[in-house]
Write a protein of this length. Structure first.
Length: 186
């Protein structure tokens, strides 16, 4: 059983994968490379002067892999609760995970299938930590927002979800803060 299964490989999903894997959680990301980022060019992303969406995804996928995340190029067909976690199904395989981070943009069908509550705006109802009404299921980015579909906001949502997961795992609030001495040699 992996610790965290991330469904979606855009800014929210890859941010979640980075934070989870870098902090020692076994992480798998399901990404069919259909992110809206392929249509984007970032000028408004902190510390980025200018980067195309394709390049952003390539770099961020590399970061997630470098930190230990496994990227699976398969669509998730189903997620269901099982004893002690969740079963994530693809056409080829099944994976078990303790936590689920949904990062599927405007496609909220997996959240609906899991029984997550929705708001009057027809988006997934999430806490400030991105947790849904289903314990240990998180919905990030456009899944929980009727508007404000910015890459930087989505990335923050992915990080918020995993900081909550890390806090649960450690039994106290976990604050991820890197120092220059923490930078791994790549």
């Amino acid at each position: 059983m992996v610790d965290v299964a991330v469904v979606g490989g855009g800014p929210a999903g890859l941010s979640a994968a980075l934070y989870a894997a870098k902090n020692g959680l076994e992480t798998v990301v399901f990404d069919t490379d259909e992110s809206w980022m392929h249509k984007a060019h970032l000028f408004n992303y902190p510390a980025v002067r200018s980067i195309g969406g394709d390049e952003f995804l390539t770099v961020t996928r590399g970061q997630a892999r470098d930190r230990g995340a496994t990227l699976v190029d398969e669509a998730v067909t189903d997620v269901e609760a099982i004893d002690g976690g969740f079963a994530v199904s693809t056409a080829e395989d099944e994976y078990d995970a303790t936590y689920i981070v949904l990062a599927t943009g405007g496609d909220r069908s997996l959240a609906e299938d899991l029984g997550c509550d929705f708001t009057d705006e027809d988006v997934v109802d999430v806490t400030l930590d991105m947790e849904t009404s289903v314990e240990d299921v998180y919905a990030t980015g456009a899944m929980g927002r009727a508007e404000k579909w910015q890459a930087v906001i989505a990335a923050g949502d992915g990080a918020a979800a995993v900081l909550d997961i890390l806090s649960k795992e450690k039994g106290e609030y976990y604050h991820d803060f890197d120092m220059p001495s923490d930078v791994p040699e790549l």
